[in-house]
Design a protein around this ligand. Sequence first.
Ligand code: HMG
Ligand code: MG
Length: 307
Amino acid sequence: MSLPRQVKIVEVGPRDGLQNEPQIVPAAVKIELIERLAEAGLAAIEVTSFVPSQWLPQMGDNDEVLRAVLSSPRRKPGVAYPVLTPNLKGFDAAVEAGATEVAIFGAASEAFAQKNINCSIAESLKRFDAVLDSASALDIRVRGYVSCVVACPYEGAVDPEKTAWVAGKLYEMGCYEVSLGDTIGAGTPASIQRMIEACTKDVPIDRLAGHYHDTYGMAIANVYASLELGMAVFDSSIAGLGGCPYAAGASGNVATEDLVYLLHGLGIETGIDMEKLLMAGQFILQQLGRQPAAKSAKALLARRSAR
Ligand code: HMG
Ligand code: MG
């Protein structure tokens, strides 16, 4: 099969990235980062999570950040600003702050569901059904996540059929897209392709997205393996920030800079301006006091300073 001609990137750095930073990043910095990412051409930027601040203090400014992004004169028309909502309480708070798109997050592993959202998979599906009902009444789009699609930090390898079953349920319940999370980045092209092939029995490939963490350095290879199967939506995190607070040792998502470098090198359109993306990455790294981690960003910045 030929590779897709166009890919949509869902930038998850402000949420998946910053949720895992030990320091709490000021709201003004998050807002500036999101605005820079939109200016770089990202069409979907996950802004924050409406979860209790005792679970995730890093997202405690959710209401302030979402309201500021949505009312900013720098807001880009056509950009989606989804937020995570684990239950109706979070959904109601997100809607109150102006959200027009939300994401629910489940798992293919029972142990991870318990640790991450404090309930069983079956109970989580009931909660998500309530969110989807309310969302449909308000015409709000809902994206679904499945975590631990190939491996779980507590249960080990996950059966592709189990992942396919949860992905199928989220799609059947009304999620417009299901993002497949390799939460601990343990997948390789073979296990990722087996898992996607199982999921496409119930969910069309154009309704699936890849969300690959880079713990073992496999994320970019897993993106390529997914492109080979026709997948055309990928989640990534600026500067490769991130991890999951309930998956010890997991590192960030594939870096947006590396993903864009791969896609542009393959002649695949993304709508992203690499120069502006690099500047957005530099901005957040300076705020965090870090050096670039994305290999392409390091190389491109070094080449520029040598000119
Ligand atoms: P719980 O403690 O079982 O909730 O947490 P509860 O319903 O028993 O309520 C306990 C208290 O929290 C109550 O308050 C509720 O009102 C309140 P109290 O009566 O004690 O004063 N509460 C809320 N407050 C604000 N917002 C809410 C909310 N819900 C209840 N939404 C819960 C269950 C799901 C809330 C919790 O487990 C949780 O928030 N978990 C989220 C953890 C998280 O954010 N994980 C990271 C994101 S997922 C991820 O990174 C993976 C992903 O990237 C994909 C991948 O890589 O695999 C998406
Ligand atoms: Mg993640």
